[in-house]
Design a protein around this ligand. Structure first.
Ligand code: PMP
Length: 361
């Protein structure tokens, strides 16, 4: 008989992550609008830096990420000593749970919040606690009411994935102040898509219990390189650095991300184009009878009458080579999350959904 060694409590509660790398087999014209990737990819300067890094592959990377932290600090006006870099912001989320949560503690996040919060909380042996939202918007009062003396971490994605909605910085400050026993993590993966928004950086500079997380996977177009970062109080960053593997980021990841951070022109172009096509797509879908909340990110959460219609539309899209994201795992079974692609992709997805809706009418 095989000796099955049981994992730590909580691990088997984790549902396997699905969908990120999904593909439509056998179609050369397929378009992928399912992972909130930048349709324009990274800056050419980032690509060149990654290629140049090939000459240093026999060397271990820097352990302190000094060059990358310096570039982030200069661009965002932040102290590089208060920045930590990770293998995607996923790894920063993981570090936070490993360092601050554990058996007997609670990790709070919102009803339609990003799946990694639950996974990392379970992996740390903590109890994940889901708090309801109000009409697909983070409800600060519900989070405050949901906190207990065991709450150690509160994750708020702002803008949120997959709803695309966000709350104001004053509300986030109110939450951080109301729950001083916990760290409020402002997950700002989509912050660059919002005009005049610092992602919570100023709050994380001023308050002792706020950490901001950011990523190179979205507007920087570097999901494949796996780089994210966190910024917060010196004491918290010091704690996270103690559990970080010394060589967590590769030479290519460090050089590519640094070049990407410094190319502001590319980022500004992508932001403008995203805003233009996001407005176009939301309106085109609304005209076809498919509403969505105003999105602050690079995707739209399209709402259908019921889960069956959302499923059928997903199938219709797939059969036309368009891959979007079903989100029942986020408690939104009647919705499809559609990444804002380039103009041709937006026109194609709108056309297929329009035809689907017309056929059903
Ligand atoms: N936070 C949110 C809200 C996200 O949507 C994502 C990516 N789907 C991440 C964090 C993680 O991104 P990454 O690990 O690629 O930095």
């Amino acid at each position: 008989m095989t000796n099955v060694i049981a994992p730590q409590p909580g691990i088997m509660e984790i549902a396997l992550y699905e969908g990120g790398a999904a593909k439509i087999a056998g179609r050369t014209d397929a378009i992928k609008l399912s992972s909130n990737e930048n349709p324009f990819g990274p800056s050419d300067k980032a690509r060149e830096a990654v290629i140049r890094a090939a000459h240093s592959l026999h060397r271990y990377p820097n352990t302190d990420h000094a060059g990358l932290r310096q570039a982030i600090g200069e661009v965002h006006g932040l102290d590089p000593d208060r920045i930590i870099c990770g293998v995607g912001s996923d790894e920063i989320i993981h570090f936070l749970c490993q360092a601050y949560a554990g058996p007997g503690t609670e990790v709070l996040f919102t009803e339609h919040g990003f799946l990694m919060y639950r996974i990392s909380a379970h992996a740390a042996g903590a109890t994940p606690v889901e708090v309801r939202e109000r009409d697909r918007v983070t409800d600060i009062d519900a989070l405050i009411a949901g906190a207990t003396k065991r709450t150690r971490l509160i994750f708020v994605a702002n803008p949120n994935n997959p709803t695309g909605t966000m709350v104001g910085l004053a509300d986030l400050e109110r939450l951080a102040r109301a729950v001083p026993q916990a760290i409020l993590v402002v997950d700002a993966a989509y912050a660059e898509y919002v005009d005049d928004y610092d992602g919570g950086a100023e709050l994380a500079t001023r308050l002792p219990n706020v950490v901001m997380t950011r990523t190179f996977s979205k507007i920087y177009g570097l999901g494949g390189l796996r780089v994210g970062w966190g910024y917060g109080p010196r004491e918290i960053i010091d704690v996270l650095n103690r559990i970080r593997g010394p060589f967590n980021l590769s030479v290519a990841a460090l050089d590519g991300a640094e070049a990407a951070m410094r190319d502001r022109e590319h980022i500004n172009r992508c932001r403008t184009e995203n805003a233009r096509m996001r407005a176009w797509l939301a309106e085109a879908l609304a005209e076809k009878g498919v509403p969505s909340d105003t999105s602050c990110a690079n995707f739209i959460l399209a709402r259908f009458a019921n889960p069956e219609t959302a499923d059928a539309c997903d199938e219709a899209l797939k059969s036309e080579g368009v891959l979007v994201r079903r989100v029942p795992g986020y408690g939104l079974p009647n919705c499809l999350r559609i990444t804002v692609g380039d103009e041709a992709s937006c026109r194609r997805v709108a056309h297929v959904i329009g035809k689907f809706m017309a056929d059903r009418a």
